[in-house]
Design a protein around this ligand. Structure first.
Ligand SMILES: *Cc1c(COP(=O)(O)O)cnc(C)c1O
Ligand SMILES: [Zn+2]
Length: 403
């Protein structure tokens, strides 16, 4: 295995402490050869319960004694028959990433990322975040006894995520600017202080943990679905899941790579716009705005990779309004009992839209990735719900209310 530039294909040894290509500045990818994938699987055959480290054969770790884990992954793939019937589709599954230790898929990337931080001998880790990345990094850093710096857009982080980041003991800097600015800042800080290991979306190892979502979906369905819907913010996850599918394809575990459908919020849709216009680049969105704070990102670091994943898998990109997101969030909760945060509901909102336009047909097997738990953003969940009825406690007051 080695690090390879996504654009110019320049190669670096896997031991190199680098985030971007020294030749062209693009992002680096971890690549295994077919031979390595097959040989590693012989040494460490897939065994044990479903979770990230079940796939150790396919993860770029050099020293397994350094693994930092909270037993992440192995999230349920929930068959949603009531929601499917309501939407008029035959087979619908929700991959519930809210079941991870800190309540989002970010844990899959962080178990690997923080393990690599220890391999590199780092004592400090850092990230910018819309909330879930920092909640996850703070937890794994605490477990690994690493100091953790977090840069958040002030006033724009959902309560649950902020709560987690603080209780896990991270040093939090709230910056007066949006996420994109916070990311620029932390990149600058880490460039000036190479002792600080950067665990943002530009980190080449995090997607390697996240690709296990793709592996798990295949194992849980005993094959490929037709389509996988993924909400897109910084766009690392859709790429990572696609990568998981392509690797399973290369080792002969699946015959077909599912088509990847990337969903963005209308107020932050640079990739959807680029996809629809047939561009192989994208124009950042200046002031991204959406109720789904986890995808409130105007200049996605992995945007080009998302375009590749979507096009190479014959997929699609679509944007949904906040209203559509909220409606989908309620449907998932009230028809299936699955609580997700708004960004996660974007995937189902996208499915609703594409079913209606006829792009997706009702006989397809669909997986929607629900990226984070509803308790991440309790204020939003309360604000879209019917408030409690206040009563003084006399049973007669319930007359007409409780039948
Ligand atoms: C991070 C996150 C996303 C966006 O994932 P990207 O890899 O940045 O595209 C979506 N939903 C939730 C809940 C997240 O935490
Ligand atoms: Zn390069």
């Amino acid at each position: 295995m080695e690090l390879q530039c996504f654009q110019c294909k320049h190669k670096l040894p896997i031991q190199a402490l680098a985030y971007t290509c020294p030749k062209c500045g693009s992002l680096l990818e971890v690549e295994f050869s077919d031979k390595e994938l097959k040989r590693n699987l012989k040494c460490y055959p897939l065994s044990g319960p479903l979770r990230v480290w079940r796939y150790r054969a396919l993860l770029p770790v050099l020293d397994f004694s350094k693994v930092v884990s909270l037993d992440e992954g192995g999230t349920p793939l929930i068959r949603c028959d009531r929601l499917a019937r309501y939407l008029g589709i035959e087979e619908l599954f929700i991959k519930f990433e809210g079941a991870n230790p800190t309540g989002s898929f970010k844990d899959r990337g962080m178990t690997l990322g923080v393990t690599k931080a220890l391999e590199f001998g780092a004592k400090i880790v850092a990230c910018a975040s819309t909330g879930n990345t920092s909640a996850s990094l703070a937890a794994y850093a605490a477990r690994a006894n690493l100091k953790c710096y977090v840069f958040l857009p002030k006033g724009k982080v959902a309560l649950g995520k902020l709560t987690q980041t603080l209780i896990f003991g991270a040093q939090v800097f709230a910056i007066k600017g949006n996420f994109d600015r916070a990311l620029e800042l932390v990149r600058e800080v880490c460039e000036k202080n190479p002792r600080i290991y950067l665990l943002n979306s530009i980190n080449p190892f995090r997607p390697q943990g996240q690709k296990t979502i793709g592996y798990e979906i295949v194992e849980q369905l005993n094959g490929s679905p037709d389509r996988v819907f993924v909400p897109m913010g910084n766009c690392a996850n859709i790429w990572a899941i696609y990568k998981g599918f392509t690797e399973f394809h290369r080792i002969g575990k699946i015959k077909k790579i599912p088509s990847m459908i990337g969903i963005q919020a209308k107020g932050a849709m640079p990739i959807v716009r680029a996809f629809k216009r047939g561009w192989d680049y994208f124009e950042p969105v200046e002031n991204p705005e959406t109720i789904a704070t986890a995808i409130r990102i105007g200049n996605p670091v992995n945007g080009i990779k998302a375009l590749h994943a979507i096009r190479r898998s014959k997929g699609m990109a679509e944007a949904v309004s906040d209203k559509e997101i909220v409606r989908a969030q309620k449907l998932i909760a009230q028809l299936e009992g699955i609580g997700v945060e708004p960004a996660s509901a974007a995937s189902v909102a996208g499915l609703i839209k594409l079913l209606r336009s006829g792009e997706v047909s009702k006989d397809e097997k669909v997986v929607c990735v629900a990226t984070g738990h509803t308790l991440k953003d309790p204020e939003e969940a309360i604000s879209i719900s019917e408030p409690p009825k206040v009563i003084s406690g006399d049973v007669r007051e319930l007359k007409g209310l409780v039948r």
